[in-house]
Design a protein around this ligand. Structure first.
Ligand SMILES: Nc1nc2c(ncn2[C@@H]2O[C@H](COP(=O)(O)OP(=O)(O)OP(=O)(O)O)[C@@H](O)[C@H]2O)c(=O)[nH]1
Ligand SMILES: [Zn+2]
Length: 227
């Protein structure tokens, strides 16, 4: 039997909701939700805590995948500490959500991020490395956030980020960002110039630290805390 044709005026779903489970963490027991992106088959995730659909703005983080930082403890970036900081803060408040988007390497993928790191070892900064590889400085897209937030009836968020593009993107998607909650964690000798480049070239809202010079002793990975 032939499948019924989808009427031309109905946009195709970006995401299919798949399933959920309890996810105990050191800070709280979250609920892990999973979706499948229709066009790529990628699995996107959310960690949710508390009553999210009661109309109060939700403490939220939109986190882009960083395997090296989130899983392998890399100090080249601040991603792992930001993820931990966001989860801790949500646990403290007892309510909130982390959207975990599978757009590794600012959207260029893991292998290309590793290639970009090699170029950075040869002197390029994080933006120049992407451009040398033929990519945009930031190839991410946040449109999936809308159906993910819709799942919980979330229309307004207090967004944990230093990245103005995320605020713009959510606003353009019709989500009200009532507050930006800064997320400044784990600046160290390995990621200091990376963070300075994000501020200078990508518009991130974070003060540059000039006192951390290359070759200085590396600060131990501090427990994540939200500034
Ligand atoms: N191409 C590239 N990607 C990187 C590099 N360092 C980290 N990333 C990626 O950058 C992204 C960082 O994601 P987020 O922490 O959510 O976003 P952000 O733009 O830093 O904004 P906030 O953390 O919200 O302030 C992840 O996808 C990382 O994999 C790099 O040197 N090159
Ligand atoms: Zn990272």
């Amino acid at each position: 039997m032939q499948a019924a044709a989808i009427p031309a005026n109905v946009p195709p779903a970006l995401l299919d909701y798949a399933t959920s489970c309890a996810l105990p963490t050191p800070w709280a027991e979250f609920t892990l939700h999973a979706w499948v992106e229709a066009s790529t088959g990628k699995e996107h995730l959310a960690m949710a805590l508390g009553d999210l659909g009661n109309g109060e703005p939700v403490l939220a983080r939109v986190h882009s995948e960083c395997l090296t930082g989130d899983v392998m403890f890399s100090q080249r970036c601040d991603c792992g500490a930001q993820l931990e900081g966001a989860l801790r803060r949500i646990a403290e408040e007892g309510r909130g959500i982390v959207l975990y988007l599978r757009q590794e390497g600012r959207g260029i993928g893991l292998l290309n991020k590793i290639r970009a790191y090699r170029l950075q070892e040869a002197g390029a900064d994080t933006v120049e490395a992407n451009l040398q590889l033929g990519f945009h400085a930031d190839a991410r897209n946040y449109e999936l956030c809308r159906p993910m937030l819709d799942q919980f009836g979330i229309t307004a968020v207090r967004l944990m980020t230093n990245n103005p593009r995320k605020i713009d993107a959510l606003t353009r998607l019709g989500i009200t960002v009532t507050e930006r909650v800064p997320l400044l964690v784990n600046r160290n000798a390995h990621n200091n110039s990376y963070l300075n480049t994000k501020q200078a070239k990508l518009g991130h809202m974070m003060a540059p630290l000039t006192s951390l010079e290359q070759g200085e002793p590396v600060a131990p990975a501090t427990p994540a805390s939200v500034a």
